[in-house]
Design a protein around this ligand. Structure first.
Ligand code: HEC
Length: 484
């Protein structure tokens, strides 16, 4: 909240040539894979245990035990490390975003924590007492375990959906009532989509463990069933994905169809198709050799080709906001949320300036002079752009690759005023925030960006060939001009 012209921003976490966002994404993707596997597996455990109980099948009991062991060790342990990793990395990369989510959803997260702790206790109890607990009771516990695990997903998905859009945004903003933010328009499609895909991932893990089943007949039966579950999961996941995409805001739809590169989305499509064919092959020929190396490679493939890109796409579609269509990725509050006592900070920033209002900007650049203008411009880029754009050549959307070599500060200023000026009819980019700053700050930023371009081109000219033809053209002009 505004106090003496300062707003509640935190120091900027900038990771050169990589980007703080990718560090979050790294933890999040691994966590996403493992958490989906473990929730899905909990249902497969319950299902196969029940089957073993009904048929009194000792072999199947043993498979379930091995299955429990595998998913106890891998997903739970690595998941318990990457989970806090997400907390730590998001807390430093988007401190205000995470704080606003905690304030809004404190009870949801509290409940999730209880579900999670119970789930973790249950898995250990079940595993270490496999032979000791009466089988009937055990069977009931496995189902309890499965629904507890799914409960954590039901809660977290509400928060993830809210991050994209609160759905009934105005009602939520007016009342500040958590439930209006939680039951968003895309909650159910999102839950069903994740639930379906999680079964496919669990089936993949099931196949890895099925290698250990000795009895060939049982092995074939289990492989067949798992392949069917895998294909079903992918099929229904696709259906719910379609529904999900119909519930996203218009802005996100535009980003999806026009901004995210097509090959990026195609990768996900091909990975999912590949996985489907793989399940189909095992379904038709359950005797196919299950090389563990192949299956592990598949997991890595799914992680790299499907999960990482789709989590990134979800993050992309959320732009320019980090949470609930009220907070920008650069942590500025962009809208009044009376129900939560929040006010848009854009008017204050436009009047007093971003550098002045940011508590962690060094005093030396708070007032722009010809001497510190470049430094002030860099500070502006750091707090206004660097959450989404790398200021180096590598990392997320490097500015130097986006600016097409513009070398005139006036043109750069016009760009800022048009694409980040806040007026949709004048060309405000739907995926970028409004740049609320004083005229002098915008000028300093434009000058700095031109300087960034100049340095980049100078360096590139030395190491031709260039990646972009346009840049090559511009840089040769630039070179001509500078050699004149
Ligand atoms: C909320 C994230 C976000 C912030 C903050 C942001 N941008 Fe962008 N910007 C994007 C996205 C998304 C694109 C689309 C291209 C892409 O994704 O590669 C983009 C594209 C651009 C482009 C390419 C031309 C265009 O209009 O699409 C330029 C230049 C650019 N941004 C400059 C800036 C500058 C300068 C700032 C800081 C004042 C800034 N951006 C802040 C997300 C952001």
């Amino acid at each position: 909240m505004a106090q003496h012209g300062l707003i509640g921003l935190f120091p900027q976490w900038y990771v050169p040539n990589f980007g703080s966002g990718y560090i979050v994404a790294l933890y999040a993707s691994i966590h996403m894979l493992l958490s989906h596997i473990s929730v899905g597996s909990s249902f497969l455990v319950a299902y196969f245990y029940t089957k073993a109980y009904k048929n009194n099948d000792e072999q199947l009991f043993r498979y379930v035990k091995q299955y429990l062991l595998r998913f106890l060790i891998y997903p739970y342990i690595i998941g318990s490390v990457t989970g806090p990793g997400i907390w730590f990395s998001t807390t430093v990369s988007a401190p205000r975003g995470i704080s606003s989510l905690i304030h809004n959803f404190v009870w949801v997260w509290g409940a999730e924590e209880i579900f999670f702790i119970s789930e973790v206790m249950l898995i250990y109890i079940l595993y270490y007492n496999y032979e000791r607990i009466a089988r009937r009771t055990f069977m009931h516990w496995t189902w309890g375990f499965a629904f507890l695990s799914w409960g954590t997903m039901l809660l977290i998905v509400g928060i993830l959906s809210f991050m994209l859009t609160p759905g009934q945004r105005d009602t939520w903003a007016q009342t500040g009532n958590m439930l209006y933010g939680f039951w968003t328009t895309n909650y159910f499609p999102h839950v069903f989509m994740r639930t379906s895909f999680m079964f496919a991932l669990a089936a993949l893990l099931g196949l890895v463990v099925a290698v250990y089943i000795k009895n060939p007949k049982l092995k074939q039966e289990v492989v067949r069933e798992l392949s069917l579950i895998g294909m079903g999961g992918i099929f229904f996941g696709g259906v719910f994905l379609y529904w999900y995409l119909r519930t996203i805001p218009a802005r996100s739809e535009l980003i999806l169809t026009q901004v995210i590169p097509q090959p990026f989305l195609l990768t996900i499509g091909f990975a999912v198709l590949g996985l489907t064919l793989f399940f189909a092959a095992y379904f038709i020929w359950p005797k196919l050799n299950q090389s563990r190396a192949l299956l592990v490679a598949l997991f890595i493939g799914v992680l790299v080709l499907a999960i990482f890109p789709s989590e990134r796409a979800r993050e992309w579609m959320r732009k320019p906001y980090v949470a609930g269509e009220f907070m920008y990725v650069n942590q500025v509050i962009a809208r009044d949320v009376p129900g939560r006592g929040m006010k848009s900070e854009l008017p204050l920033l436009a009047e007093e300036g971003m550098l002045k209002a940011h508590p962690f900007v060094p005093e030396s650049v708070k007032t722009i002079t010809p001497d510190n203008a470049l430094e002030a411009g860099r500070a502006m880029a750091m707090i206004a752009c660097a959450n989404c754009h790398s200021l180096d050549e590598r990392g997320p959307r490097p500015l130097v690759l986006k600016m097409q070599g513009v070398n005139n500060p006036e043109i750069m200023l016009q760009f800022l005023e048009r694409r980040l000026g806040g007026d949709m009819t004048q060309g405000q980019a739907p995926y970028m925030p409004i740049l609320a700053a004083t005229e002098a700050e915008k000028r300093a930023l434009a000058n700095y960006l031109v300087e960034l371009n100049r340095q980049f081109l100078e360096k590139k000219v030395k190491n031709t060939p260039l990646p972009y033809p346009l840049l090559q053209e511009r840089s040769s002009q630039h070179q001509e001009r500078s050699s004149r």
